[in-house]
Design a protein around this ligand. Sequence first.
Ligand code: FES
Length: 202
Amino acid sequence: MSIKKISKEQPSDFQFSKKNLEEAQKIIKNYPDGKQQSAVMPLLYLAQKQNDNWIPLAAMKYIAKFLNMPYIKVYEVATFYSMYNLSPVGKYFIQVCTTTPCMIRGAYDLVNVCKERISENENQLSKDKTCSWMEVECLGACVNAPMMQINNDYFEDLNEEKFEKIINQIQTGEKPKPGSYKGRKISEPENNRKTLLNIKNA
Ligand code: FES
């Protein structure tokens, strides 16, 4: 289970860059009059992207003012969803799914690799500060379990050995290839297909 950790070191101030301010105003226009607070999630995401992939408390306060809503409501949203990082993450941010389908297919073997190769605790930067990891709930790719997400890419059908290779690549500056590590295309069967045989392009 993932533990939300709020960084002890916080910047005293946050504001959107000129470009993100324009983007935020565009996002708000997507919502009907009086419902602008519904933009809180995309605005938190925008703040996270601007701030090296994590959201400081100052950004939550800034967004609360921006949307004219109580700070506690922004805080509740930011602390609820695992997609918001509340402490600094590595350049390579690894999210290992440990929900049941991934768990019974070996997700905790991947967690052990994270502990050995990255940091003993989740949400803690590696010594060279390039990587960090955390456990997350289902990422919607259960059919190719166990899986994990590195930044914006999914890596599926993993085991310890394959994950070790991915970490080696990251540490030597190579970009690992996303997708299935059993060579499957999307979620096709591992062996020969047994269904939908008479449907073209199925
Ligand atoms: S349980 Fe891991 S992706 Fe759904």
